[in-house]
Design a protein around this ligand. Structure first.
Ligand SMILES: [Zn+2]
Ligand SMILES: [Zn+2]
Length: 374
């Protein structure tokens, strides 16, 4: 069923570059092509990667364009219009206008070499859907807007009734991303897991480590509120690194807590400077999973001999497959009500996006959230 959206417009917060304020503009709401879905965004979170872009970390320093672009990718919404032939979500559940959904914000091409090897998260064309000017179809390419254009081949799933919007908004980035990472990290029953960083990714990693049968979960951060949330997510031990005289001293403490280091250590901080000490927390034979540094242009010194002599595996994970998103929703449906909400702790309106970024930057909230009026 092709639904015409007429000449409607929707607001979008355009980003012009690091240090520059956002500007709200009205853009035409597109009609969906076959296989596509137009989503009305109800909630969009400010993710750590958005902060990297906003601050201009690493290669993002040269980011921004004179005609602006819509950034943001972590969101939930409702079906506004369905393209021809779209009658169900990717799990076969019927879809109709008004249904609550989450979707991928990138799309695997399915035909590049990584895709053909079954590694859709490594698709070399995944981010091509971000490209283009806001004035060109389909206009709505990012989350910080009233609409998002779900292109054909972007996975879309209905949100179970048990999962509220504040929780669902974290599904298409943080939680699906962690699902993919757990697939790649191959966590075994009884593993000791150490998590650097208790933001959205770190909190979900804590809950998933518990679910995966870890015998011990240790979370390291410098903000007491985040560490308290990590405890509620299932951490056995939390370590406030600000209580130690140096990062090396807190790493030593983690090694003592874990009797030799974590079998799986996750970097979910997003500053390459923490990698050196993160590696010191890995047990011989263990694995270091690098996910936080989602930008290029910065480096971290690594003692290669320490990796070799201690048989450390380095694993990096970015993006995820559709299956990870389905698993993420299933996980939330099973744990709704028993886990603290990640996201939605600090709701802002779209027109307050500059303030939302400034307050997210201060790190006092796990996930700042923009809530759109219906
Ligand atoms: Zn994100
Ligand atoms: Zn591909």
């Amino acid at each position: 069923m092709m639904m015409s959206t007429g000449l409607n417009t929707g607001r979008a917060a355009l980003f012009f570059g690091p240090g520059k304020p956002f500007r709200l503009e009205e853009l035409p709401v597109p009609d969906p092509e076959p296989g596509a879905v137009v989503m009305r965004v109800t909630r969009a979170n400010i993710c750590g990667s958005d902060l990297h872009i906003w601050r201009g970390d690493g290669s993002f320093a040269a980011g921004g364009r004179d005609d602006g672009r819509i950034i943001g990718h972590e969101m939930t919404g409702v079906v506004h219009a369905l393209g021809e032939d779209v009658t169900t979500d990717w799990a076969g559940a019927p879809l109709a206008p008004g249904d609550r959904i989450v979707c991928q914000y990138f799309r695997a091409c399915g035909r590049c070499r990584p895709c053909l090897r079954g590694r859709q998260e490594a698709c070399i064309n995944a981010t091509a859907s971000f490209a283009g000017r806001p004035t060109d179809f389909p206009h709505f390419r990012g989350a910080f807007a009233e609409y998002f254009y779900v292109r054909p081949n972007m996975a879309v799933f209905r949100v179970p009734d048990a999962v509220n919007d504040a929780t669902a908004a974290g599904v298409n980035c943080a939680l699906s991303q962690m699902m993919m990472a757990f697939e790649r990290a191959d966590i075994r029953l009884g593993d000791r897991v150490v998590i650097q960083g208790a933001g959205g990714l770190g909190l979900y990693a804590t809950a998933l480590a518990r679910e995966s049968g870890a015998s011990q979960v240790v979370v390291v951060d410098g903000v007491a509120e985040r560490l308290e949330l990590a405890r509620q997510m299932g951490a056995d031990e939390v370590v406030d690194f600000t209580e130690f005289e140096s990062p090396a001293a807190s790493a030593k403490h983690v090694r003592a807590l874990t009797a030799g280091g974590g079998d799986q250590v996750f970097e979910l901080v997003g500053r390459p400077g923490v990698i050196e000490h993160g590696l010191q927390m890995v047990s011989p034979g263990g694995r270091y999973i690098e996910m936080g540094t989602v930008y290029t242009g910065t480096t971290s010194a690594i003692d290669a001999g320490q990796l070799v002599m201690r048989n450390i595996t380095l694993q990096a994970v970015s993006f995820y497959d559709a299956r990870s998103m389905a698993k993420a929703l299933d996980f939330l449906a099973r744990h709704a009500g028993s886990l603290p909400i990640v996201g939605g702790s600090a709701p802002y309106r779209l027109e307050d996006i500059d303030r939302a970024f400034e307050e997210a930057q201060q790190g006092r909230v796990a996930r700042a959230s923009l809530v759109m009026e219906g």
